[in-house]
Design a protein around this ligand. Structure first.
Ligand SMILES: NC(=O)c1ccc[n+]([C@@H]2O[C@H](COP(=O)([O-])OP(=O)(O)OC[C@H]3O[C@@H](n4cnc5c(N)ncnc54)[C@H](OP(=O)(O)O)[C@@H]3O)[C@@H](O)[C@H]2O)c1
Length: 356
């Protein structure tokens, strides 16, 4: 059979290449074919999607998939998301969706190395002795031996124990006495051991960020916070940029989340005429424009949806807006914050931030 040797970058070795027109058995086994196919798919995909660099040197895909709420729907939702091409999944211990995420990943066959998985430490596990066991429990449910990003979900510590919402006999939430500095120091150890490839925080105020950085060694790789065109927080966004801390926008669709009681009596962010007009120019929906705006500012966005068409459409929010589009969306800022559980959580959040 006419053949010659050929260096195959996808396989990482030489292989026999059959000359055109020659006959004979296929040169690549089905396993080799599958390896090449997977590599080509991932090359094609990663060149199409925006990635940002964390201060650890790792890449984080700009567009991720949120998994808070609709617990029962999450395995299917994440399965659709992975098949559509999402490679960044956001979950948290308290969402109860880590096992669903783990099952969907396993079914998908997407190699672990292609995924960026974020999960979060819950408020009942802030004591330094509880931090590693909490991550271990998350890893077990996720079916992996490391996370790409581990976040302290909130700066407040609650009482230690199994209860996610520890309450006294009068139904009052019981606070813990661990300082978030000590919690973060325990997270630094997980970063050093490699169980968490990066560590960061969520829902911190400016003063809490400053105090954290003054008292710990590892600069947070990311801060996940509420941010959308009605709460753009330009000064706080700059605060992070100046310190090389990546910002991930949660609730990128503002008051679309039905649990946000504050936003129910007003029009939806996604009905805003500016987003609609800019969308018409690009052949995109207001939701896609809202996501593209966050990405244009160098932030990740993690929209959640349990609806197949929306899951697919939201991924197309990774596109380039014109500079004047970005400016117009910047001007939409109303300092409107929808997620502020200060009263329920017994901690005054965001005290020095917009929308308080
Ligand atoms: N760190 C934190 O404290 C924190 C807090 C909040 C959220 N998060 C993370 O951020 C993720 C996203 O935030 P979020 O869930 O609050 O809100 P979101 O992603 O801004 O909005 C989700 C809501 O919008 C709907 N939706 C999705 N795509 C849509 C589209 N294209 N057009 C119209 N409506 C659409 C969804 O409905 P359907 O599902 O019915 O399609 C859902 O009701 C969460 O899932 C979670 O992972 C983190």
């Amino acid at each position: 059979m006419a053949s010659r040797l050929h260096w195959d970058p996808a396989l990482g070795r030489t292989r026999q290449l059959r000359e055109a027109g020659s006959r004979g058995p296929p040169i690549l086994s089905s396993r080799e074919n599958a390896v090449i196919h997977r590599k080509l798919m991932s090359i094609r995909w990663s060149s199409r999607t925006t990635q940002f660099k964390l201060n650890t040197g790792a890449d984080i895909p700009a567009l991720g998939f949120g998994t808070w709420q609709d617990k029962e729907a999450q395995e299917d939702a994440v399965t659709i998301a992975l098949a559509t091409g999402y490679r960044h999944i956001d979950t948290a211990r308290v969402y109860g969706t880590e096992a669903a995420v783990g099952a969907a990943i396993k079914k998908s066959g997407v190699p672990r190395s292609e995924l960026f998985i974020t999960t979060k430490l819950w408020n009942n596990s802030h004591h330094p002795d509880d931090v590693e066991p909490a991550l271990d429990a998350s890893l077990k449910d996720l079916g992996t031996d490391y996370v790409d990003l581990y976040l302290m979900h909130w700066p407040v510590a609650w009482a230690r124990g199994e209860q996610l919402r520890p309450k006294d006999e009068n139904g009052k939430l019981i606070l813990g006495d661990t300082d978030y500095i000590d919690t973060y120091k325990a997270m630094e150890k997980l970063y050093k051991s490699g169980k968490a490839k990066a560590i960061g925080v969520s829902n911190f105020s400016r003063a809490e960020m400053v105090r954290l950085m003054q008292n710990t060694r590892v600069v947070p790789a990311a801060h996940q916070l509420e941010l959308h065109p009605w709460l753009s927080q330009p000064a706080f966004d700059n605060f992070h940029r100046n310190r090389n801390i990546h910002v991930t926008q949660y609730s990128p669709f503002g008051n679309s989340n039905p649990v946000y009681t504050k936003g129910q009596e007003m029009p939806k962010l996604l009905d805003d005429p500016t987003l609609k007009k800019i969308g018409e120019k690009h052949g995109k929906t207001p939701a896609q424009v809202a996501l593209a705006w966050g990405i244009a500012h160098g932030r990740s966005v993690i929209p959640k949806s349990k609806t197949k068409e929306r899951i697919q459409a939201n991924l197309e929010g990774d596109f380039k807006l014109d500079e004047d589009d970005v400016k117009k969306i910047d001007e939409m800022n109303k300092r409107l914050r929808f997620n502020d559980p200060s009263q329920n959580f017994r901690w005054e959040f965001y005290s020095d931030l917009d929308g308080k």
